[in-house]
Write a protein that binds this ligand. Structure first.
Ligand SMILES: Cc1cc2nc3c(=O)[nH]c(=O)nc-3n(C[C@H](O)[C@H](O)[C@H](O)COP(=O)(O)OP(=O)(O)OC[C@H]3O[C@@H](n4cnc5c(N)ncnc54)[C@H](O)[C@@H]3O)c2cc1C
Length: 188
């Protein structure tokens, strides 16, 4: 049941957001179990989104830093800017490796237990989503004033990225899932 109202959002404008109200989350056709049974794979698939946004942020920031001249050299040759580019690159590569590792397990051998699967999928999107937001923020900074105006895509990348820290369970809940698996394994 919904209220029929579509909510405006900062970004992700190609999809509509409207609430659904459930009269009961317990039995009837056990829809809540269906929803939760798909959540691990939903998180894993969604992790590709912020990964793409991180890559897009680098695609904007690196050429810009390699061509924009300030103080007699391109800004990418100023060490503080170059260091930021390096962090953006390494963070994106780390996120890609984590997501790909989980994805290849999902395609192949799977996990030893549902808790391990939950932790791997929640961990992949936790890292990829926070990396996406930080990398988009870094791209804005690398572009300076141009990063903050809408002639460049960096503001939209940031707005798009932030949702991935919220949808399909927030970063906080993902940390709960990962920590539960870690502690739970020692309780056995
Ligand atoms: C654009 C958009 C699209 C969405 N699409 C979907 C969709 O397709 N399907 C769907 O099911 N949902 C969807 N959602 C809902 C989304 O999954 C929830 O908004 C999200 O899980 C957070 O729930 P909440 O908004 O009720 O926040 P709350 O649960 O009220 O959380 C508020 C804050 O408290 C923290 N918090 C809450 N509980 C705990 C806890 N136990 N421990 C630590 N911290 C906690 C949260 O992390 C958050 O920071 C969408 C949301 C948006 C904005």
């Amino acid at each position: 049941m919904g209220d029929g109202k579509t909510h405006k959002k900062p970004s992700q404008s190609t999809s509509s957001a409207l609430p659904l109200f459930f009269l009961s989350l317990s039995q009837v056709n056990k829809g809540v179990y269906v929803m939760f049974s798909g959540l691990d794979y939903e998180r894993l698939v969604l992790a590709g989104g912020p990964l793409g946004l991180s890559a897009a942020a680098l695609d904007v920031a690196v050429p810009y830093a390699a061509t924009r001249v300030q103080g007699g050299k391109v800004v990418g040759d100023h060490q503080l800017v170059g260091g930021r580019l390096a962090d953006m690159h390494v963070r994106t590569a780390a996120a890609r490796a984590l997501v790909m590792e989980a994805a290849s397990r999902a395609d192949g051998q799977g996990w030893a237990s549902p808790a391990e699967r939950a932790a791997a999928c929640a961990g992949a999107i936790l890292f990829a989503a926070e990396a996406g937001t930080q990398t988009a923020l870094d791209a804005i900074q690398v572009l300076g004033g141009n990063g903050y105006i809408n002639d460049y895509p960096t503001g939209r990348l940031l707005r798009d990225a932030k949702l991935y820290e919220i949808g399909a369970g927030t970063s906080e809940i993902r940390r709960v899932v990962v920590s539960r698996a870690l502690v739970g394994a020692w309780k056995k």
